[in-house]
Design a protein around this ligand. Structure first.
Ligand SMILES: *Cc1c(COP(=O)(O)O)cnc(C)c1O
Length: 217
């Protein structure tokens, strides 16, 4: 498992960027990974994990939370509106707030509970038609709409286009966040988390570099 190496690389990237030690939260993306690898990361002290699928998380994390204390699980995959309630039971953070209908549902549920997970607005920085996320030009308006619903936002999240240089996308996300007074930046994956930290990431989402390749078979 590459957890120790990735932690060391995160720390080195923080230092190289002049960021405080521990400024970046490493989210270990455990989707589709065998349980034994996830348990090994927990035993090694990792406490923040990322999942893409509500159903998979529901089958895994209630039991793991009972066995390991201080765990925090972040939803980083697309969230269907009809699974929003279950998501609030399962996750400490949601990185994929990407449309008004989901914001409205979450606002209603959060009001009834009196507690809210950390929320990140997903921005489609590459304006890719097949990709989820609010378009860059519509993000200010979407953030204002969330705030008008009393939905507290922690920051923004992006997934740059495959094969493109991520750098400009990270800078674009950081710029939109700063314009809106948001400090959280969820950006950077196995291939580009160091560049993301240089651009100001507060949360990096690293899966295969920690756990090995995912077997979807
Ligand atoms: C799967 C996934 C990751 C992790 O990807 P790796 O390349 O395995 O590090 C990060 N972010 C999101 C949104 C993902 O779906």
């Amino acid at each position: 498992m590459g957890l120790a190496e990735i932690k060391a690389r995160v720390a080195a990237a923080e230092q190289a960027a002049g960021r405080a030690a521990g400024a970046v939260t490493l989210i270990a993306v455990s989707k589709v990974q065998p349980l034994a690898r996830v348990e090994a990361a927990l035993e090694a002290g990792q406490r923040v994990f990322g999942e893409n699928y509500v159903q998979e998380a529901a089958g895994k994390w209630p039991d793991l939370r009972a066995r390991f204390s201080g765990v925090s699980v972040h939803m980083i995959g697309p969230l269907q509106t009809n699974k929003a309630k279950l998501a609030l039971d399962l996750f400490d953070a949601i990185h994929t707030l990407d449309r008004p209908s989901l914001a409205e549902r979450l606002a209603r549920l959060v009001q009834a509970r009196g507690a809210c997970p950390e929320l990140f607005v997903q921005v489609n920085t590459g304006a890719e038609p097949q990709k989820a996320g609010v378009l860059p030009g519509e993000t200010d308006e979407f953030i204002a709409a969330c705030r008008a619903m009393d939905l507290p936002l922690s920051g923004l999240m992006c997934i740059p286009p495959e094969g493109a240089d991520s750098g400009p996308h990270f800078l674009k996300l950081a710029t939109i966040a700063a314009q809106n007074g948001l400090t959280g930046l969820s950006m950077g994956m196995s291939g580009d988390f160091e560049a993301a930290i240089a651009a100001g990431a507060t949360h990096v989402r690293v899966g295969s570099a920690i756990f090995g390749t995912r077997d979807y078979g």
